[in-house]
Design a protein around this ligand. Structure first.
Ligand SMILES: Cc1ncc(C[n+]2csc(CCOP(=O)(O)OP(=O)(O)O)c2C)c(N)n1
Ligand SMILES: [Mg+2]
Length: 1004
């Protein structure tokens, strides 16, 4: 950087002359060359030949068509286009042979030199475009290298001697060069002196903005960026714009000051050191609103969040201030959350454009970056419901901290969704608060990439680094970012290189760990003062006006503070980020506490079955194996039975008729991991021709989206959760490839799905399909523990219990029950996450079929499927009741038959695991008073449901009867990979299950 300044000074000292007139330019161009030909050594260019080429060149400059096309080509190549320097010798060779073939040259001469120098200048220009950002002055503190490296690229002209790299010399500085088409530094001029070229490149690429974009492999996009930043005078602001910027900085800064004054010992994760973020966001929003955006969905971490709520979203200040009152009582149920996690939704008029704009800040947990995919999913849904396929009305903005942006893998997973057809939000604007520290960790210890933003390069997103102490540069960059998104519908990153004035939070002492940095920070003049001084000095505002602006905002804060004291009750629902108008009653409660039967008419079942068995598009050739599958479906439909896949079809299809959108997303969901689903048919003869029969059910139907996702759980589950947030009238399902893999998305499950409603009073009806056999186990929640259970006369128990739990976990043993639980998900008067442990081998098990009779109108989901065979007919003689869930039921039934114990042993299936069906199980337990009670599971003791069901069964029997365990021993790994071991352990526990003496004499 110091080199840079030195060179700028040198250039100035030499004096910059812009040669405007074409004739002067031409003269300077030729007569100013370093290697002026000596007539003797260069016969071709000596005397009249030289004049001839010169004349031809001048003529070409006036009008390229006036010379022979071979000369046109030659001069054009010399002036433009050839930008890749390794080819330079090659190019020269070709030129030489060109000249030779025309009998014009033996040795390099004037024309050669002309070409050489032009190519050198082109390379130089390109060097700045690629590497200029490495020497840009990005750190407001002036002590750190934003790219973690103090190296100065050798091809940037930071000192005069660097010209030698290009075969140029100080004396060439005033020579004029034709500019290639890959630069816009000339503005209206086609040629500039080398001195001016370097100066303009420095201005564009090495001042307060560092541009990284040359890795983008689309020339049009590169040209667009070059034009936006290189064109002389682009960064001009009107006085009005400058005053608005100052006023916004006043608000940003005084808000933090106000909080610091009133609550000096409270954590608030203030924005000091990056106050410019508020005007930056406002510029993005203004500019986007101007271009037609109506809805902006934002996700952000802790830093500056309260300021964003106050000054960007415009949440009433008193609502924010009252949150600091420790005596504030919560009116809503649930645990609530800290103030810098809550979300917000606000519709208002954008003052800059006078257009309506809706802003939504998504609530998020502490887990940094976890909200990114959630924001994207919600944005996609809002675009989808508006038919905004190109993202012209709805967009997302994601804010990041530098350490988290570089460190958290979900950032990468989210970027990889950005260009997938069913996941793209048509461009996100990322804003990084790059305060060059993460808690107490220096960037050099926090990342291996030069910038915290390098992750964005994988999707060819341009990255605009900007010194946050230059508010005008920040505004310009933000406005270009908004235009970029609008033009190319691609992601873009704005990296606000700033500092953190205080510790990680206001209580932390940063001098413990970053003493030198903080010595500098303590000396740092706040950006507001710097900018105000500048505007006062150039007469844009007066000191008095500035002081009045400050006084005005301070007054606003004081008045709000006074009003905030009247707020004694906190309504978390006032902080909802995704309200569902009309779904709840005016108090935000469900409109009823009942759920209608979930069955559908026989006609509907038949119709859906027929479509599911067909290829509803003409001349479409499907695979022969698939034809067999479809024929089997048709057969089942005729026989009024369904397997798993068909039951799912029935549930999805029925919703589409009712106008409910269905979305199924996850790895390989279109076909289904186990090749059972086949929701997308592929033409065997026409590449990429596909058909989704589900979208051919009715003339008027809701659309069905089924989409194979990227190989990500964290990102994609977060995305679908966000999608499900946008509307209660959609069934949004995410399927894991195998259930076990859900745990790479554990953060979404724990922080959003399991606890989201408790923290943010926000409902969500997402469905998780987790193929489950021996492997994996979803963690059942404890929050549904129900110490008391009502008598079975309480008809509302089932629904109210669902309402009170945090999520629903089911493991269905029949296709019909799977159908019903999906249907119930939408027919309930509220939304609750649903986790379904879905089968693998049962998908094709001959016994795992259901009749239409179990699905027609009037039928419902069965939380418990009681024994209904011989044992149930004489319950008093039953010696044992085995309770189980899922696939093991079929193993147990087979074994019971083998051992001829159908009268002695009852087998009852627990289909809904959470909330626990206390009422129905009590009925079962009461029915078999003389039987011992067994819980049987195929999972290992420490990974199945035993620990969850045991205390609940005991509650039912009031601790008077034991519930014995039958299943595999505890194990560290979820499943064995050895078939024999698996079968031996299965045999062993089946033997125990039917050994009626197994527990005799044992105590509990
Ligand atoms: C996933 C996760 N890990 C760790 C933390 C703890 N934590 C909170 S803030 C923070 C530092 C974040 O640094 P940065 O992203 O640069 O943001 P800044 O605080 O500097 O604005 C850490 C490690 C967290 N909140 N989330
Ligand atoms: Mg940081």
């Amino acid at each position: 950087m110091n080199h840079m300044k030195l060179f700028a000074a040198t250039v100035k000292w030499h004096g910059i002359k812009t040669l405007r007139k074409p004739d002067i330019a031409r003269r300077a161009f030729f007569h100013g060359q370093r290697y002026v030909s000596s007539g003797t050594s260069e016969p071709f260019l000596s005397g009249s030949n030289s004049n001839y080429v010169e004349e031809m060149y001048y003529a070409w400059l006036e009008n390229p068509q006036s010379v022979h096309k071979s000369w046109d080509l030659f001069f054009r190549n010399a002036n433009a286009g050839q930008t890749y320097d390794p080819h330079l010798p090659d190019q020269l060779e070709r030129k030489a042979s060109f000249l030779q073939s025309h009998g014009l040259a033996q040795t390099p001469g004037k024309a050669e030199k002309l070409v050489e120098d032009h190519l050198a200048v082109q390379s130089l220009i390109r060097a700045y475009q690629i590497r200029g950002h490495h020497v840009a002055q990005l750190d407001p503190l002036g002590i750190l290298d934003a790219d973690l490296d103090s190296f100065v690229p050798s091809d940037l002209i930071t000192t005069i001697d660097k010209l030698g790299f290009y075969g140029l010399h100080e004396s060439d500085l005033d020579k004029v060069f034709q500019l290639p088409t890959t630069t816009f530094i000339g503005g209206n001029e086609n040629s500039l002196s080398l001195r001016e070229i370097i100066k303009r490149l420095e201005n564009t690429y090495c001042q307060h903005i560092g541009l990284e974009f040359m890795f983008i492999n689309d020339v049009e996009q590169c040209q667009w960026i070059r034009q936006k930043f290189e064109t002389p005078g682009v960064m001009k602001f009107t006085n009005e714009e400058k005053r608005t910027l100052l006023a916004r900085l006043v608000r940003s800064m005084r808000f933090e000051d106000f909080l610091a004054r009133k609550w000096s010992s409270e954590k608030r994760f203030g924005l000091e050191g990056c106050e410019v973020m508020i005007p930056a966001l406002k510029t993005i929003i203004d500019k986007s609103s101007e271009m037609g955006i109506e809805y902006v969905i934002m996700g952000m971490p802790h830093r500056g969040r309260l300021n964003v709520l106050a000054n960007v979203i415009r949440k009433e200040l008193e609502q924010i201030f009252c949150q600091f009152d420790p005596k504030l009582e919560a009116a809503d149920e649930g645990s609530g959350d800290v103030k810098y996690h809550l979300g917000m939704y606000h519709e208002r008029i954008n003052r800059a454009t006078n257009k309506k704009i809706t802003l939504s800040l998504m609530a998020n947990p502490s887990h940094l970056e976890a909200v990114d995919p959630v924001v994207q999913g919600k944005t996609k849904a809002e675009q989808f419901y508006r038919g905004d396929t190109a993202g012209k009305k709805v967009m997302s903005i994601l804010l990041h901290g530098d350490a988290a942006f570089a460190g958290q893998g979900v950032v990468y997973e989210t970027f990889h969704l950005s260009d997938l057809p069913s996941y793209t939000t048509n461009g996100t604007i990322h804003v990084v608060v790059n305060n060059q520290i993460g808690f107490t960790t220096d960037p050099r210890m926090a990342r291996s990439s030069p910038y915290p933003t390098d992750v964005a390069r994988v999707v060819n997103a341009p990255i605009f680094h900007v010194n946050a102490d230059d508010p005008e540069a920040v505004m310009y960059v933000c406005s270009v970012a908004a235009e970029w998104r609008n033009t190319f519908n691609k992601d873009v990153v704005v990296d606000l290189v700033c500092y953190r004035r205080r510790g990680h939070n206001e209580m932390d002492e940063p001098m413990f760990t970053q003493p030198l940095m903080y010595k500098q920070i303590h000396k740092q003049v706040p950006v507001l003062k710097k900018y105000a001084d500048k505007l006062i000095a150039d007469g844009t505002v007066t000191l008095q006006e500035f002081e009045e602006e400050i006084a005005k905002y301070d007054r606003i804060c004081e008045e709000a503070y006074t009003r905030s004291k009247d707020n004694k009750i906190l309504h978390i629902k006032h902080w909802l980020d995704s309200p569902w108008p009309g779904f709840f009653n005016v108090d935000g409660e469900p409109k009823s506490m009942s759920c209608p039967p979930t069955g559908i008419s026989e006609d509907l079942l038949t119709h859906i079955g027929n479509v599911a068995s067909s290829v509803p598009v003409k001349d479409f050739k499907i695979h022969a194996g698939l034809s067999r599958i479809l024929r089997a479906r048709l057969e089942m439909t005729k026989n009024r039975v369904v397997d798993w896949a068909l039951a799912e079809y029935m549930a999805f299809g029925s919703f589409l008729k009712e106008g409910i959108h269905v979305r199924l997303s996850g790895q390989d969901v279109e076909r289904g991991t186990f090749s059972h689903r086949h929701h997308v048919l592929h033409d065997q003869e026409v590449d990429k021709r596909t058909c989704v029969p589900m979208n051919h059910l009715w003339e008027q139907q809701a659309p069905y989206t089924v989409c194979n996702s990227s190989l990500s759980e964290y990102g994609v589950l977060g995305f679908e959760l966000g999608f499900a947030m946008a509307s209660p009238n959609a069934l949004v399902c995410w399927e894991a490839q195998f259930g076990d893999f859900h745990n790479t998305a554990q953060c979404i499950i724990d922080q959003f799905i399991s606890s989201g409603q408790a923290k943010w009073v926000r409902h969500n009806g997402i469905v998780l399909l987790l193929p489950h056999g021996m492997e994996g186990m979803v963690r059942a929640s404890d929050s549904d523990a129900h110490p008391q259970f009502p008598s079975k006369e309480d008809k509302q128990f089932e629904v109210s219990q669902l309402y009170e739990c945090n999520w629903i976990v089911v493991n269905c043993s029949t296709p019909a029950n799977y159908f019903h639980v999906l249907r119930r998900q939408i027919l309930l008067p509220f939304r609750k996450p649903l986790i379904i442990l879905t089968p693998k081998s049962l998908l094709r098990h001959p016994e795992a079929k259901s009749s239409f009779d179990e699905m027609v109108s009037g039928t419902t989901f069965q939380r418990v499927i009681p024994e209904n065979g011989l044992a149930a007919q004489a319950p008093h003689e039953v010696k044992r009741v085995i309770f189980c869930t899922g696939k093991v039921y079929y193993d147990l039934v087979k074994e019971r038959k083998n051992q001829d114990l159908e009268k002695q042993v009852a087998i009852t299936r627990l289909e809904q695991i959470s909330p626990f069906p206390f009422d129905l199980l009590k009925e079962e337990l009461d029915k078999y008073p003389g039987a011992d009670l067994v819980w049987c599971q195929e999972e290992h003791k420490n990974s199945g449901y035993y620990d969850y069901v045991k205390p609940r069964f005991r509650t039912i029997v009031n601790h008077t009867r034991p519930i014995w365990y039958v299943g595999r021993e505890p194990a560290a790994a979820a499943a064995t990979g050895n078939k024999n071991t698996h079968l031996v352990s299965l045999r062993r526990f089946l033997d125990t299950a039917f050994n009626l003496e197994a527990f005799e004499g044992k105590t509990f």
